[in-house]
Each structure stands twice: as C-alpha cells, then as structure tokens.
Write a protein of this length. Structure first.
Length: 157
C-alpha cells in the first residue's frame, strides 16, 4: 500500500466535521460584521484551535454566499439647499491689501477625526494671511461660521 493512500485516509474530513467547520466559519464571519475575509477568519479559527486552510475557508464562504464588504471610509457629499444669488466679485483677485482687517476671507473644509467627518471654519485676514478666527464642529451650518466670528479677539473696523 502506498504511503500517500494511508495519510489520505487519516487527513480525510468527515461530513459532520465539515458542518462543524462551516458553522464556525459562518459565525466568525458574522461576528466580524461581514467584513473579514478568509485570511482573518483563518486567524480567528486558529485561536479556537481549528486549523483550516484559506482555500477551505474560501470554499465554505463561496458555498454559503459570504462576501466580505470591506469598504474604505469616504466622504459623502450631502446636497443641501444653497443660496444661488449672484454675488459680485469685489476683490477681482487683488489679494495684496494695504491695511489690517481690510479684507477677511473664510474657508470651510472637512477633516476626518476618528471614524467621523468634522468641519473647520477659518477666518483669514488677507493683509498678513493670519488666522484670526476659527471654529470646528460635526455639522456644516451657519452657526459654525458664526462661532468663528465670535472667536475673533481684535476689533473689526
């Protein structure tokens, strides 16, 4: 008898073992909120002393239609009603101002803080490009801009 035939019989997995492993793979997948793939599920099962190859895990996942929903966090633009009035271009791209507080501009941008997006409003004096007011918050509202104006420490002429 060939040696490979002997070891094939020893390593052969029975149907009940497949069902047990299948249930373990499915539970590990659901515990990960349907995010983990075969590599991470293999690590989870190894912690439980269940040794399966990634190919077997993939096969079990394919049979049960388990697909990882790995996604990157990305900014979603939320449309909101805006003021569509035409505003005249007073500066006409002349940003070299002679006096302090002659022209103040604002910038509203978003940054990722942990798992959420936050907004930052900056007020900049074009005379010396100094940030004179700022505010941050979770929502992009007019109150965010208003808070930035409240934080200006010097008088606006």
């Amino acid at each position: 008898m060939a040696k490979s035939k002997y070891y094939y019989q020893i390593n052969k997995i029975t149907k009940t073992e497949i069902n047990i492993y299948e249930n373990e793979v499915i539970s590990a997948f659901k515990e990960s909120y349907k995010v983990y793939g075969a590599r991470k599920i293999k690590i989870i099962l190894a912690r439980k002393n269940i040794i399966l190859s990634r190919q077997k895990i993939r096969r079990i996942m394919a049979i049960n239609n388990l697909v990882s929903k790995y996604t990157k966090l990305k900014y979603r633009n939320h449309k909101s009603p805006v003021n569509n009035d035409q505003i005249s271009n007073i500066l006409n791209r002349e940003f070299s101002n002679k006096r302090q507080n002659e022209v103040i501009v604002s910038d509203l941008t978003y940054v990722q803080v942990g798992p959420k997006w936050h907004y930052i409003c900056l007020l900049i004096d074009l005379f010396n490009r100094e940030v004179i007011g700022y505010s941050a918050g979770t929502n992009k509202t007019a109150e965010l801009v208003q808070q930035a104006f409240y934080k200006i420490t010097r008088p606006l002429n």
